[in-house]
Design a binder for this molecule. Structure first.
Ligand SMILES: Cc1cc2nc3c(=O)[nH]c(=O)nc-3n(C[C@H](O)[C@H](O)[C@H](O)COP(=O)(O)OP(=O)(O)OC[C@H]3O[C@@H](n4cnc5c(N)ncnc54)[C@H](O)[C@@H]3O)c2cc1C
Length: 297
C-alpha cells in the first residue's frame, strides 16, 4: 500500500479593523503548525476591500513560510487591473491564485462582466496563464452553481476552466460526504484529472451558515440541522457540535481516499485546529498500522 501525505490548506478573509486583523493573524500562526500547502485570502471587489486583500496576501507572503494564494474575482475590474494585482504578487514570489468570477454585491442582481474585464473564471485563467507561470485554483460546485442550468452545464463550465489552464479545483462547502463523492465521480467522468479539493466549513454559528448556504446553493441536510436544535442560546456548544460534524465528515472522506482538504476558517483557528488534529491523528494511526504490516511482511 502506498503511504499518503495529508495536504491541508486554510482560507482567510481580509479583516475589517486592526483588532480583527490581529485575531486573523493569531489564527494563521496557530494553523501554521499543520504545515499547510498554502493559506488563501479571499477577494472583495470594492476598492477598500481590494486593497485589504492585496495587503493581507503580501503580508503572508512576507511574514509566513507557508505559501499564500490570493483570490481574484472578475467583478468590477478591468483585465488590466486584475493583471496588475496578479503581477504585483508574482514579483514578490507569490504565484498561487484562486481565480473566480465573483458575485455582484447587490442581492438579486445578476452578474454582468466588466466591459474591459475577464468574462468569467475560465477567461481569467486563460489571461493569467499567458501573463506568468501562475499556479491556479478554481471553484467547483458539488451541488451545482446557482447560475448553472443543470449538472451537465455546471461540469462543462468546470471543464472549460481546466482547459483554460487551471491546476486544481477547490469546492464550495457541503455537509454530506456522498454529495462530494458523487461530484468526484462526475468530474472524473468528464476527463478532469487535476486535484479536486473538498472545501470544509466547520459550523461555528448555525444561523449564519444557514443564511449563507441558501445564497450559495449549499444544502444543509436535515440531520445536520437537527444537531443544532435548541442551541441558539449556547454559541460555545454550537462550536463543539460544528467541530464534531466537520471531523466526522473529513474522516469519512479520508476513508474514501480523499487526502487533501481546504478549510474555510472564517479567520478563527479553534474549530479547524480541532478537526485537523483529529485528522492527523487518524493519518498517523493508519501509517503506524501500515508500518507494522510492512515489518511483519
Ligand atoms: C473555493 C471558492 C473560493 C471563493 N472565493 C471567493 C472570493 O474570494 N471572493 C468572492 O467574491 N467570491 C468567492 N467565491 C464565490 C464565487 O465568486 C461565486 O460562487 C461566483 O458566483 C462564481 O464564481 P466561479 O469562479 O465559480 O464562476 P464561473 O465558474 O466563471 O461561473 C459560475 C457560473 O456562472 C456562469 N457564468 C459564467 N460566466 C457568465 C457570464 N458571463 N454571464 C452569466 N453567467 C456566467 C457559469 O455558467 C457557471 O454556471 C468563492 C467560491 C469558491 C468555491
Amino acid at each position: 500500500m502506498k503511504k499518503v501525505d495529508l495536504k491541508l490548506s486554510f482560507e482567510f478573509f481580509p479583516a475589517k479593523n486592526s483588532a480583527a486583523e490581529e485575531q486573523a493573524w493569531d489564527s494563521l500562526k496557530k494553523l501554521e503548525n499543520f504545515n499547510p500547502e498554502f493559506f488563501s485570502v479571499t477577494f472583495g471587489a470594492g476598492g477598500g476591500e481590494r486593497l485589504k486583500s492585496d495587503s493581507f496576501v503580501k503580508k503572508i507572503g512576507k511574514d509566513s513560510l507557508v505559501p499564500v494564494a490570493g483570490h481574484l474575482t472578475c467583478v468590477d475590474m478591468s483585465k488590466e487591473e486584475i493583471n496588475d494585482l496578479a503581477l504585483g504578487w508574482f514579483e514578490k514570489g507569490i504565484n498561487k491564485i484562486v481565480a473566480l468570477r465573483g458575485d455582484v454585491r447587490e442581492a438579486n442582481k445578476k452578474y454582468v462582466p466588466h466591459p474591459n474585464g475577464y468574462i468569467n473564471a475560465a477567461d481569467m485563467c486563460l489571461g493569467l496563464k499567458k501573463l506568468a507561470n501562475f499556479d491556479i485554483a478554481v471553484g467547483g460546485y458539488p451541488e451545482i452553481h446557482p447560475d448553472s442550468k443543470n449538472k451537465q452545464d455546471d461540469i462543462d463550465n468546470l471543464k472549460r476552466k481546466i482547459d483554460s489552464g487551471a491546476d486544481k479545483i477547490i469546492t464550495q462547502y457541503f455537509f454530506d460526504k456522498d454529495v462530494f463523492l458523487r461530484y468526484r465521480d462526475e468530474v472524473m467522468k468528464a476527463g478532469i484529472k487535476v486535484p479536486l479539493i473538498p472545501g470544509i466549513m466547520p459550523i461555528s454559528n448555525f444561523k449564519k451558515i444557514k443564511n449563507f448556504s441558501a445564497m450559495c446553493g449549499a444544502s444543509i441536510p436535515e440531520w445536520v440541522a437537527s444537531e443544532f436544535t435548541n442551541l441558539d442560546q449556547t454559541p460555545e456548544v454550537q462550536q463543539f457540535v460544528g467541530a464534531s460534524l466537520a471531523s466526522d465528515l473529513v474522516k469519512k472522506l479520508k476513508k474514501e481516499e480523499v487526502n487533501e482538504f481546504h478549510f474555510y476558517t472564517l479567520n478563527k483557528y479553534e474549530l479547524t485546529f480541532a478537526v485537523c488534529s483529529r485528522l492527523l491523528s487518524l493519518q498517523s494511526n493508519l501509517n503506524n498500522e501500515q508500518n507494522k504490516g510492512e515489518v511483519r511482511a
